[in-house]
Design a protein around this ligand. Structure first.
Ligand code: C2E
Ligand code: MG
Ligand code: MG
Ligand code: MG
Length: 281
């Protein structure tokens, strides 16, 4: 009986593994056709002054409407795109699309609206990355000073030596850099001092717990103070309640993003919100 049970357990895990592999292959295969088939689109989540909800910018977030399957979460497909290298053409598409949308907003009176784009470390470290960004900016006529690139803390810190000159070159063009998911990787204080970035985005994981766990609250307060002392802007990500906003304001946090403020929206839905709520720095 034990043998029987063992075999079933084995079978169960084997099936589960095969299922996962099948899913992965299916997504990998789908990703190769997705650009050609126009299956990607962007949604935009406002980045606001938490005190008055005024919009300073928007973060472009990638969506994949997969043939026959519908929406697939970037949390599932971005890692696959990174591993396979597909993130390079996809990331370039995202940047161009975001800049085209951005210039159209600018031309419609939203002059200083900031557009923030997520960049994988694989893209950042690609030899031609800086030139690619420059050529998209000149092609779209989007001003570099209105573009912000978000890099994740964990992957960038692990490649600090290679990342530093690239980040410096981007900033020399006037492009802003923010560190996404701050607090989840390991930033040694040494790196933080050298890091050529403008903004730290405190990961949602900490914001989730600020009212439940005193230590999470203390960490958030510490990141806000440290960030401000080092002349970074600090943004709280993933704000889901009024109470979190009150706490963050009390701790001196100025900027935020989250479902309680605005969910990610399609460009046309966002236009109405923007016209009502944009603040020009
Ligand atoms: P991220 O850059 O940290 O983006 C924040 C994620 O949190 C987004 O999920 C956003 O929709 C979600 N979010 C914002 N506010 C709230 C909230 O109040 N509650 C909850 N539960 N979630 C909130 P999304 O769009 O699913 O993206 C997930 C991740 O996928 C992003 O995390 C980013 O790392 C990656 N990603 C998205 N678009 C791109 C892209 O164009 N390129 C690359 N390389 N990565 C991307
Ligand atoms: Mg981001
Ligand atoms: Mg984040
Ligand atoms: Mg994240």
């Amino acid at each position: 009986q034990a043998k029987e049970k063992g075999r079933n357990t084995y079978q169960f895990f084997a099936e589960q593994r095969d299922g996962r592999m099948e899913r992965r292959l299916n997504l990998e295969h789908g990703l190769r056709k997705a650009l050609m088939n126009n299956e990607f689109f962007l949604v935009y989540q406002p980045l606001v002054h938490i005190g008055n909800k005024k919009i300073l910018g928007v973060e472009a977030l990638l969506r994949w409407n997969k043939e026959d399957e519908g929406l697939i979460s970037p949390a599932e497909f971005v890692p696959i795109a990174e591993e396979t290298g597909m993130i390079l053409p996809i990331g370039e598409w995202v940047l161009r699309e975001a800049c085209m949308q951005g210039i159209s907003w600018h031309k419609n009176g939203l002059n200083d609206l900031l557009i923030s784009v997520n960049i994988s470390v694989r893209q950042l470290l690609e030899e031609t990355f800086v030139e690619r960004v420059e050529s998209i900016l000149s092609e779209t006529e989007f001003p570099p000073t209105s573009l912000e690139l978000e890099i994740t803390e964990s992957t960038t810190m692990q490649n600090m030596e290679e990342s530093l000159p690239i980040l410096n070159a981007l900033r020399a063009k006037g492009i802003r850099i923010s560190v996404d998911d701050f607090g989840t990787g390991y930033s040694s204080l040494t790196y933080l001092r050298q890091l050529p970035v403008d903004t730290l985005k405190i990961d949602k994981m900490f914001i989730d717990d600020i009212l439940l766990d005193q230590k999470a609250g203390a960490i958030v307060k510490t990141i806000i103070d440290m960030g401000h002392n080092l002349d970074f802007h600090v943004i709280a990500e993933g704000i889901e309640s009024r109470e979190q906003i009150d706490f963050l304001i009390e701790q001196g946090c100025i900027y935020g993003q989250g479902y309680h403020l605005y969910k990610p929206l399609h460009a046309d839905e966002l236009k109405k919100q923007l016209q009502k709520n944009v603040v020009m720095n």
